[in-house]
Design a protein around this ligand. Structure first.
Ligand SMILES: [Zn+2]
Ligand SMILES: [Zn+2]
Ligand SMILES: [Zn+2]
Length: 144
């Protein structure tokens, strides 16, 4: 989702990750958040689970999915589009897209955008656009 700044004061900031204010920070949840905060690349729920469980053996994968979902609600994490592997990236508010390296998983943000303008979509299709998602897959400068 692009173009919606959502850094509202009703959210709790934990290591740069925003959670809905009502979220209880249990040790299990903290272990998941720490695992996400350490990521500089795309990740899957299963890979988070494997890391966070080392610190918190009582952790269940349902808690991982639930925590990722809470972060998705605030825009701190976004699922990558258009790929068979369900993966997520850390995300900031504001309009940008992701350059995802298929070799190392690194994710870079870009403000470059080739999406059709809402005005043109309105004119040609009578469509009221509210946002768009675009991730670009390829090879990063370090892996090329
Ligand atoms: Zn992002
Ligand atoms: Zn790479
Ligand atoms: Zn865009």
């Amino acid at each position: 989702m692009a173009g919606k700044g959502r850094a509202l004061p009703t959210e709790t900031d934990y290591r740069g990750l925003l959670l809905p204010a009502s979220t209880r920070l249990t040790p299990q949840r903290r272990a998941v958040l720490d695992a996400i905060a350490a990521r500089r690349s795309s990740f899957t729920a299963v890979s988070l689970f494997q890391v966070a469980r080392r610190r918190n053996p009582g952790l269940g994968i349902a808690t991982v999915y639930r925590t990722v979902e809470l972060l998705r609600q605030t825009g701190s994490v976004r699922p990558l589009t258009g790929d068979a592997r369900p993966a997520y990236v850390r995300c900031e508010p504001g309009h940008h897209h992701h350059l995802v390296c298929l070799a190392c998983g690194a994710v870079e943000e870009t403000e470059l955008c080739g999406a059709p303008s809402p005005a043109e979509l309105r004119r040609r299709y009578g469509f009221r656009a509210e946002g768009h998602e675009l991730d670009v897959y390829g090879t990063c400068a370090r892996c090329a």
